[in-house]
Design a protein around this ligand. Structure first.
Ligand SMILES: Cc1cc2nc3c(=O)[nH]c(=O)nc-3n(C[C@H](O)[C@H](O)[C@H](O)COP(=O)(O)OP(=O)(O)OC[C@H]3O[C@@H](n4cnc5c(N)ncnc54)[C@H](O)[C@@H]3O)c2cc1C
Length: 266
């Protein structure tokens, strides 16, 4: 089975800082990681490959530094990687991103002379957080899509997908090709070994630019993006609340009841 996993390199969110003047993310010096849901998607893909045979390719659209994320994926079971990078793609919104990914994956299929049977995305990226890229990619390709999957297996040539819903789980049977977005799985992604890390570090990752694919650049980048970000800001934390301190308990309780009844809460 020929499987593609779309991987986004994201800033480690516990470290995110917003520039108070420009209202944009301060990326300099911020550690980057593989989007965690893409890590789960890769683990599902590698388990499928181990079960039925085949190959797992990872692909990321981003700057040169995204190769570090791709190498991490190579160290935990991906067989090959492609970086999709061009100035024309910078500033793309989700529609433009999914369009670029759809054209790039067709270019990879052409190059490798092998169509992808299955395409995995994470359910959402932890920075952009829209969860739109996977479903949009399925639309661009005209493939079936299954979202919020936590496990995927093949049985008698058909996909069997366990999908999370508000009520519990849906069990879906689908044909290939399909696009599947993955939530946190019940199993943990595997760790890299020293040997696999060393091999991944030596890997040469090809970069595909706009010139390498039949892409309409008017549909990419900031100009080709129908979404316009007007303003971003970090909400100011306002401290409400009153502390009643330094009083005996009965007096403090009486004061609290007074405050609550003044506020018409009691
Ligand atoms: C007008 C505008 C300008 C923007 N400019 C920038 C900018 O300059 N720089 C910037 O970093 N962001 C920019 N963004 C944010 C950008 O749109 C999103 O980060 C991006 O399109 C993906 O959306 P998301 O993060 O919500 O992904 P989601 O839809 O939440 O991601 C779901 C899944 O799709 C896949 N995926 C998503 N993005 C990629 C990718 N790049 N490569 C491979 N797989 C992917 C992953 O599997 C991921 O788990 C901009 C957004 C807008 C609206």
């Amino acid at each position: 089975m020929n499987i593609l996993v779309c991987v986004k390199q994201v800033p480690d969110t516990t470290e995110i800082k917003i520039d108070p003047v420009t209202n944009t993310l301060i990326r300099a010096g911020v550690p980057s990681i593989v989007n965690p849901f893409d890590g789960y998607a890769l683990e599902v893909a590698v388990r499928l490959k181990e079960a039925v045979g085949g190959k797992v390719t990872v692909m990321s659209m981003g700057p040169e530094q995204a190769k570090a994320a791709l190498k991490e994926c190579l160290s935990v079971g991906a067989d090959q990687a492609y970086l999709i990078s061009d100035r024309a793609f910078g500033g793309s919104d989700t529609l433009a991103t999914s369009y670029v990914l759809s054209v790039a994956l067709k270019a990879v299929e052409e190059k490798e002379r092998a169509p992808f049977d299955l395409i995995f995305c994470g359910k959402q990226a932890i920075d952009g957080d829209t969860g739109q890229v996977g479903p949009e990619l399925a639309e661009h390709l005209g493939y079936a899509q299954i979202t919020y999957a936590s496990d995927v297996i093949m049985e008698d040539g058909m996909l069997q997908v366990k999908r999370e819903s508000d009520e519990g789980y849906d069990y879906i049977t689908a044909e290939l090709p399909a696009v599947i977005t993955i939530v946190k799985t019940p199993f943990e992604p595997r760790y890299a070994t020293i040997r696999s890390k060393m091999a991944a570090n030596k890997a040469v990752i090809p970069t595909l630019t706009a010139a390498d694919m039949p892409i309409d650049t008017s549909r990419c980048g900031l100009k080709g993006s129908p979404t316009k970000v007007k303003k971003t800001y970090t909400p100011v934390r306002e401290k409400h609340g009153i502390k009643i301190e330094g009083k005996p308990a009965d007096e403090a309780a009486r004061e609290l009841v007074g405050l609550l009844s003044d506020a018409k809460i009691m």
